[in-house]
Design a binder for this molecule. Structure first.
Ligand code: NAD
Ligand code: MG
Length: 402
């Protein structure tokens, strides 16, 4: 892929990863923005369109009138598309070379799959879609010749530390890889007494010590479900068994992950905790471009520490590892229950400590099927969401009778 005038669609351009992607493009104007998409934030999407002049913009239906009114007053020739069909068009249009999949949650599934099925360079931030459909997403990429480049900082680090042969099959097993180590900051509650976790607020949970991110992934980081999802993500992306993946708490968030080789060598990737670094790497691979991130000065850092996670403090991490071991439909059910439980927590409907209990109850009631098709996954996703909501109302809702 030559690096000039590549056309990029940024799905979720108003979010934390989306805005960081536009910041990297500011540093590298040879990349051309083809499409920008958002959910409801018509005002910010319109401002982004004024600056980057994409051919397409996509919004949810309820936000379209506001955007169209702004468009009407302007001289922009951006075309507005609506909803999932619009997202799929932004991801699969023949003009597009690179798709940044930065929608949060299962809402990104169809568009992420569309990029993988249409031979794009897929910059994969939307980890939930890989967790839900891991094998199917990889198969779609293999068949179309799409390149999947992980943007999650840990997987991007691992990708940088693996032998660079191909992007569509990130094989660890045959390359002398013994083990992959995902690092985790431990989030805002690493040292909070466990009994106080009952009463933490959404604002406290979203105050991540090292990363500034969207609210859903911030809560996932506080429960460490984020690392559970990343554990599953690593197994799919790099073709490794769960027994070959370890998690280490590393509160400084400087070492983004490591690969242990047979001969005793350990390769690690380090950088300041700034998403522009993995985004720039994904955009330019196998080249390197400016990211705009501050350069790392190890002499100015606190000592780097590493320790094993306490699974009794972080039951969501245990649940993620268990789903990775079961594989099949287990990760999709885990993901759906987590999305509903986190939203209920953010809405003040359930407590922080209830999140793993809701997920565990849903997982216990929906048996894992071994070889999922997309239709089965989508059906179980919906079933798990319905069940999570019922359980929340019946057993977990604040104020519900015991
Ligand atoms: P965010 O909440 O800041 O942004 C989400 C984006 O998705 C927004 O543009 C929003 O408009 C769009 N969106 C939300 N719901 C939608 C819907 N129903 N339909 C269409 N668009 C919708 O989230 P984020 O922190 O940028 O995270 C995005 C993804 O990247 C997540 O999957 C997250 O796990 C992953 N990720 C984020 C970071 C980070 O630093 N923020 C790091 C690693 C991975
Ligand atoms: Mg991550």
């Amino acid at each position: 892929m030559t690096q000039s005038n590549l056309q990029i669609s940024i799905l979720g351009s108003t979010g934390s990863v989306g805005v960081n992607t536009l910041n990297v493009i500011d540093e590298n104007p040879a990349y051309k923005v083809f499409a920008l998409t958002a959910h409801r934030n018509a005002q910010l999407l319109f401002e982004q369109c004024q600056k980057y002049r994409p051919k397409l913009a996509v919004l949810s239906e309820e936000a379209a009138p506001e955007f169209n009114a702004l468009l009407h007053e302007s001289n922009l020739d951006t075309k507005l598309l609506i909803g999932k069909a619009g997202l799929v068009e932004a991801a699969s249009n023949a003009t597009v070379d690179i798709v940044m999949a930065a929608i949060v949650g299962a809402a990104g599934l169809e568009s992420t799959l569309a990029a993988a099925s249409n031979g794009k360079r897929l910059l994969l931030a939307n980890k939930e879609s890989l967790v839900m459909t891991g094998d199917l997403l990889k198969q779609a990429a293999r068949e179309s010749g799409a390149e999947i480049l992980p943007i999650d900082s840990e997987h991007n680090a691992i990708f940088q530390c693996l032998p660079q042969r191909s992007t569509s099959v990130h094989t660890g097993a045959s390359a002398g890889v013994e083990k992959i180590v995902l690092t985790a900051s431990g989030g805002p509650f690493l040292n909070t007494p466990i009994e106080q976790l009952e009463s933490v607020t959404p604002e406290q949970a979203c105050l991540h010590p090292k990363w500034s991110m969207g609210r859903k992934i911030s809560v996932d980081s506080a429960t460490m479900m984020n690392k559970g999802l990343e554990f599953i993500e690593a197994c799919y992306l790099f073709d490794v068994e769960p027994s070959q993946v370890d998690v280490l708490i590393h509160p400084q968030s400087i070492v983004h992950s490591m690969v242990h080789y047979k001969d005793g060598s350990v390769l690690a990737q380090m950088a300041n905790p700034d998403m522009r670094v993995p985004i720039a790497y994904g955009l330019a691979w196998p080249e390197r471009i400016e990211s705009g991130a501050a350069k790392l000065d190890l002499t100015a850092e606190e000592p780097l520490q590493f320790s094993k996670p306490d699974l009794s403090r972080f039951p969501c991490l245990r649940l993620g590892i268990e789903a990775a071991r079961e594989r099949g439909t287990a990760p999709a059910v885990l993901n759906a229950a987590n999305e509903v439980a986190v939203e209920a927590f953010l809405q003040g409907e359930v407590g922080f400590a209830e999140i793993p209990s809701i997920i565990e109850a849903v997982r216990a009631q929906i048996p894992c099927e071994p070889a999922p098709s997309l239709a089965i996954i989508q059906e179980l996703d919906q079933q798990a969401r319905r069940l999570s909501k019922e359980l929340i109302l019946k057993d977990f809702c604040r104020g519900a009778s015991a």
